[in-house]
Design a protein around this ligand. Structure first.
Ligand code: UDP
Length: 235
């Protein structure tokens, strides 16, 4: 059962459970919308009903961010490990090779999606990338046609949140794919232009700390975590 923090649903499923649910739905031609949830998004959604409705419309709200795990611990929930947006995307790609399904990469600056494609092809030989489109194309007809002409099964949208989620919800019913995931800055990472935190930081749930060291101005965004935990405890 989904857990709910300050009005926002979070799915308790782990990577394996998500992969089997997603591909079962894909075989049944049922659409799936995946959104990554972190304390920053929950705190924004707390003040913004439209955003809250949007996040809750997703079929799978993955617990991306140590804050959501801590909230679940505090409230006696069952979510005990993170499911990050980029790792989820990579697991979906890995499985797509086994099942012969194709992916489309929409988002990031011109040229980056193609570099991300090259990165994925190295990681997952045999992966079928049906097409790419940069995230600065804004004409909805051009976007829809480019994606549909490529006939992908899976669409990753990397335009930042919540723009990518609004795009998915507003266009999903007219698009060819059945799996839709908003993946933020993941194409920049897969292209090799931005480095992820070293494995040790990732394992300890300290990716946020590494990013803080790299970009000290993120402190403002990260101060949301204690506020979030206090709000959860008060509820
Ligand atoms: N981006 C885009 N179109 C836009 C604005 C941003 O494709 O109109 C891309 C940008 O190039 C970057 C990604 O969206 O690759 C946003 O990454 P960020 O890490 O800020 O996303 P977050 O996961 O923090 O929401």
């Amino acid at each position: 059962m989904k857990e709910n923090y300050l009005g926002v649903d979070v799915s308790p499923l782990n990577y394996d459970e998500l992969i089997s649910a997603l591909y079962k739905r894909l075989e049944e031609q049922q659409n799936s919308f995946i959104v990554a949830i972190n304390p920053e998004k929950i705190m924004k959604a707390k003040q913004d009903e439209e955003l809250r409705t949007l996040l809750n419309r997703a079929d799978f709200q993955i617990p991306d961010g140590i804050g959501v795990i801590l909230a679940s611990k505090l409230k006696g929930g069952s979510i005990n490990s993170r499911v990050t947006g980029i790792d989820m995307m990579m697991r979906i790609c890995e499985e797509s090779v086994k099942r012969n399904k194709s992916v489309f990469l929409f988002g990031a600056k011109p040229g980056i999606a193609e570099e991300a494609q090259a990165g994925l092809e190295k990681l997952y030989p045999g992966i079928r990338v049906a097409g790419t489109l940069n995230g600065y194309e804004k004409d909805p007809d051009v976007i829809r046609q480019t994606i549909n002409d490529a006939k992908p099964d899976i669409l990753f949208v990397a335009m930042g949140s919540p723009a990518q989620e609004y795009f998915i919800v507003n266009n999903m019913s007219e698009l060819h794919p059945h799996i839709f995931q908003g993946v933020g800055g993941s194409f920049d990472v897969l292209s090799g232009r931005i480095k992820r935190a070293p494995q040790a930081f990732q394992r300890l749930g300290l990716e946020w700390f590494y990013r803080l060291l790299k970009e000290p101005k993120r402190i403002k965004r990260q101060l949301i975590l204690p506020k979030f935990l206090i709000s959860v405890l008060k509820k």
